[in-house]
Design a protein around this ligand. Structure first.
Ligand SMILES: [Zn+2]
Length: 221
């Protein structure tokens, strides 16, 4: 799952608008942001097998980001961090923490069994990646549903809808580019990790733009 993760950020933003969108976008992919940094540094590793359906990634070692205890720790850590550093209210911080954890749940849906229930323990994954058309439909469907909720909540708050719609369009374009960009076979190199990390950071910046002030004309609030 790639852009489908951002659906969780949109849902959280619709429910808790006080949480900044850049924070929620980063939260929804925080576990993968950590993962790409660990691919660069060699702490975790993966390889690419072009014969695989859906995602060609073989995620053989990622205990520090994608095991269940690790995902819980990242979630709690992120909630605490935004409460202390960004001084977010408690519910906005909880929303950030839950958004971080949503990543593991959505990965559980699509990954082949590579998510350890405890470090070195049983690995789980419902393997929707083996059905690429359905998997893509789920990702885009999640974006559509949660994106609609986000747009609706912006309208209630008297905010323009178009920055949200622009962000959603950007994500769909990104998904198409990602689908059309095959990875070279073999171990996932540090350079690929750096490219993936850069993409996540660009999305965070674009997400931040959707929170810039600009109220719809004639709106009450
Ligand atoms: Zn992941």
């Amino acid at each position: 799952m790639f852009v489908g993760h951002y659906a969780a950020a949109m849902a959280a933003k619709a429910i808790e608008p006080k949480a900044p969108m850049w924070t929620l976008a980063a939260a929804s992919q925080l576990v993968d942001i950590g993962w790409s940094a660990f691919i660069i540094t060699g702490v975790e590793h993966a390889s690419v097998d072009p014969s695989l359906p859906g995602s060609t990634l073989v995620l053989d070692y990622m205990p520090w980001t994608h095991s269940l205890p690790a995902a819980l720790a990242w979630s709690a850590g992120a909630a605490l961090l935004v409460m202390v550093l960004l001084r977010l209210p408690i519910w906005a911080s909880v929303a950030v923490g839950l958004t971080v954890f949503s990543h593991w749940l959505l990965d559980l849906l699509v990954h082949r069994p590579d998510l350890a229930l405890w470090p070195g323990g049983e690995r789980v994954g419902l393997a929707l990646w083996n059905y690429p058309v359905i998997e893509q439909a789920v990702e885009i469907g999640l974006i559509a549903i949660c994106g609609a909720a986000w747009v609706a909540s912006r309208k209630t708050l008297g905010r323009f809808a178009w920055p949200a719609i622009g962000f959603i369009g950007f994500l769909v374009a990104l998904q198409i580019v990602a689908m059309l960009s095959p990875q070279p076979e073999g171990p996932l190199e540090a350079a690929s990790g750096a490219t993936i990390l850069a993409i996540y950071l660009v999305v965070v910046i674009v997400a931040a733009l959707t929170d810039l002030r600009g109220k719809a004309r004639g709106a009450a609030a």
